[in-house]
Design a protein around this ligand. Structure first.
Ligand code: ADP
Ligand code: ZN
Ligand code: ZN
Length: 719
């Protein structure tokens, strides 16, 4: 009998020992007893020394003959558990595809096209079969849709496909051959793109972190494609991480058409079985390229030889609850351990990555422009103090919209607030519709006449009279996307207006359908939230309007400026991607704010220099490393008592500073009172080793059992 150390999916910072007749390889799944339960666990090691004097319980069953997790993956996951101070068992199971199935099915090369009848069909025939309609539209737009394009639409499209085939509208087609017609001819890389590719290719087989800094539309994706082709040709594998919303069927089709090979896709909407199939195909080295969102960083890949993180500054790479890891940071760590290059791409790099590049730890590759034919858009501020806005729209904004639409061009209005108005006010008694469970106001949604809390989801019917005093003239204060949409319909009566936010386009399905409509120019003006800001290419979009930039100007989080800058550059990047120049109009009440100087020139480097200096002076990341201990409890004093006990426990070394206990900015959310304690240090190592010792004792604080607490290492925000 030998002892086997097993990690279990329980929130405990420890592993468990069992016995078995012979050693088992780390990464193998087993069934073991814990208390009166039987759990699935993962073997993490076989202790070399016999454990003296302890009787171990036996392993009940061994599930895998071959390890499900490779040693490379186990190393990555162990590092992640240590670094983010999260229980290893939960980390291992967070990385595994839900199904844990060992599907061995190869990725098929099937593809689908419309029959003559399908081409002649009208959207109306699908009635309420929304998936069929969307799939029909997607195939029509793409010409040929392959398996991965189908998967990128989201789960549940297979029945729709079968239905369309049964109706004789869709037929199976040959998948496009490598390098075939779908690939736009004649993309010859510009010298700056070529130089970037050459630098990365020269680093194949070694670890170098590259920061590919290229303005929006400068051709970063073309650089990735060239590199991916190099990897695939050499028989290697590449992992591409994209933001939540960046993984569209268009992107997948563009990749496959160019690379001439099936790629695996992994995102949060992937069905469990599908995820498991991509996993095993990638693990076996059968998939050349895997494109996925955050958790795809854990994909096992036998011959991983290049890692790409697109839009590396994007907040969706940081998991914000449970196991709070940063996929970009883990991607860099993984590349380093594997000695392969990693490419981080962005038009507005995170200040962390930009600092590494300035200090030459990362190799900076720059794509300074969009090539000869296409200039960056021009940016102009509209002073709302002078030009008052009605329903979010000032007169100059309306004039510009009219002019662009009259020329047959498209416009995009950006406002990061859904609903009609953020406040419902009684002018008589000053009642502001509050959320009962949060320190926040309810947002007015006129579409379905509801009041909604955007923090906890609580909702109720929209009152017609003030619940406090009975007054009937309630006022809706402030602008949301619904109101701007209404204003647009009034100001531009003939224009085709569409709204994009979680209320209208919550599903991947609806969102993809809308993107196709924009490309097909069935829409003149789009108004929406940041869902729109990311990487979509609309060649006919020549005007971008920012309705309220000021929300971000006075944000109290240390990343507020960085986020606002990135967001505006991203939306501005939607303008003028075709052959006509773009224009960006930004409405603000604070035209003298210093952030507008670099923004008006879309000058990221000037912004970053100033922002880094400020971060250094105020000792914020990337010059300081942070870990935030958060606590929430039904009773405010319980959360505070927990944090006070945690603070008293701490014998901090001189390099680590422990801040004051502060209420969270939203001090009450969904009925929980929230507070936090911030630990900082200029030295990552010192902070890490202190955290390990500290957390072991924090977990034992008596009141901890009554508190929901968590540690967030490198928090994205300090809210
Ligand atoms: P980014 O990823 O930086 O936003 P893309 O790679 O999507 O930019 O390129 C934007 C557009 O410019 C795409 O339509 C792309 O096909 C085109 N493009 C990029 N590089 C070239 C090139 N060297 N020659 C011709 N077209 C290019
Ligand atoms: Zn009232
Ligand atoms: Zn609420």
């Amino acid at each position: 009998m030998v002892a086997i150390r097993v990690s279990l999916p329980v929130p405990l910072r420890r592993s468990f020992d069992y016995e078995y007749e012979h050693p088992l390889a780390p990464g193998v799944r087993v069934r073991v007893p814990l208390g009166r339960r039987v759990l699935t666990g993962i073997v993490i090691e076989v202790p070399t020394e016999a454990l003296p004097g302890i009787t171990l319980r036996p392993i009940l069953a061994v599930i895998d003959r071959e390890p499900l997790l490779s040693s490379e993956q186990l190393r990555l996951l162990r590092f992640a558990a240590d670094y983010y101070h999260h229980p290893l068992g939960e980390v291992l199971f967070a990385a595994l595809p839900g199904a844990l199935k060992r599907g061995d099915e190869a990725v098929t090369a099937r593809a689908y096209g419309l029959t003559a009848m399908g081409l002649a069909a009208e959207a109306a025939r699908f009635g309420r079969a929304r998936r069929q309609a969307a799939l029909w539209e997607a195939i029509k737009a793409a010409g040929i849709l392959n398996e991965s394009g189908l998967k990128a639409l989201g789960p549940g499209f297979r029945p729709a496909l079968r239905a369309l085939m049964a109706q004789g509208l869709v037929e199976e087609r040959e998948a496009p051959a490598p390098g075939s017609t779908l690939c736009p001819d004649g993309v010859v890389l510009r010298p700056d793109q070529r130089a970037a590719c050459d630098a990365v290719r020269a680093a194949f087989g070694t670890f170098v972190a590259f920061l590919l800094f290229g303005v929006t539309g400068s051709g970063k994706t073309e650089v990735y494609l060239d590199l991916l082709a190099g990897v695939v040709e050499a028989g290697g594998q590449a992992l591409v991480l994209v933001p939540e919303i960046g993984l569209t069927p268009q992107l997948v089709t563009r990749f496959e058409a160019r690379l001439g090979t099936a790629i695996g896709t992994l995102h949060s909407a992937c069905a469990a079985g599908e995820r498991a199939r991509v996993w095993s195909a990638a693990a076996a080295g059968r998939l050349g390229v895997v494109v996925g969102t955050r958790s795809a960083v854990f994909t096992p890949m036998k011959h991983l030889s290049l890692v790409i993180v697109d839009e590396e500054h994007d907040a969706s790479f940081k998991q914000q609850d449970g196991f709070r890891y940063h996929a970009r940071d883990l991607a860099v760590w993984r590349a380093k351990r594997l000695q392969v290059p990693v490419v981080l791409g962005s038009a507005t790099p995170s200040l962390e990555s930009y600092r590494h590049a300035r200090e030459r730890r990362y190799h900076l590759l720059t794509l300074p422009d969009r090539g000869p034919a296409r200039a960056l858009p021009s940016v102009r501020l509209i002073d709302l103090g002078r030009d008052r806005a009605r329903d979010g729209l000032s007169a100059p904004m309306i004039a510009a919209l009219r002019a662009h639409v009259a020329r047959g061009e498209q416009a995009l209005l950006f406002l990061n607030r859904r609903g009609y108005a953020p406040v419902l006010l009684c002018p008589q008694c000053r009642w502001h519709a509050p959320c009962d469970r949060c320190d926040a106001r309810l947002t007015v949604h006129l579409g379905d006449r509801r009041l909604r809390c955007h923090h906890c989801g609580h909702e109720r019917p929209l009152p017609t009279a003030c619940p406090a005093c009975g007054h009937e003239g309630l006022v809706r204060v402030g602008d949301g996307t619904e109101r701007v949409e209404e204003g647009l319909r009034r100001a531009l009566p003939g224009a085709r207006v569409a709204r994009v936010d979680r209320d209208t386009t919550g599903s991947r399905l609806a969102f993809n359908a809308l993107l196709r409509k924009v490309r097909g120019h069935e829409i003149d003006v789009l108004v929406g939230t940041q869902m729109l800001a990311k990487g979509h290419d609309f060649p006919n979009m020549t005007l971008v309007g920012v309705i309220h930039a000021d929300q971000g100007l006075h944000g109290n989080d240390f990343r507020a400026d960085e986020q606002l800058f990135a967001q505006i550059v991203q939306v501005a990047g939607r303008a003028g991607r075709g052959d006509r120049p773009g224009q960006v109009l930004i409405q603000t009440h604070h035209p003298a704010h210093p952030l507008w100087v670099p923004l008006a020139r879309l000058d990221y480097e000037a912004f970053a220099e100033a922002a880094l200096q400020e971060r250094r002076e105020t000792a914020f990341p990337p010059y300081t490393h942070c870990a935030l201990l958060r606590a929430e409890a039904r009773k405010p004093e319980i959360a505070l008592r927990f944090l006070e006990a945690a603070k008293r426990l701490a014998a901090t070394p001189p390099e680590v500073r422990l801040g004051c206990i502060l209420p969270a900015v939203l001090a009450r959310r969904a009925g929980y009172h929230r507070a936090q304690l911030l630990a900082t240090s200029a030295q990552r190592g010192a902070l890490q080793s202190w955290l390990t010792a500290w957390l072991a004792r924090v977990a034992e604080i008596p009141v901890a059992a009554q508190v929901r607490w968590s540690l967030d290492v490198d928090p994205y925000s300090l809210f």
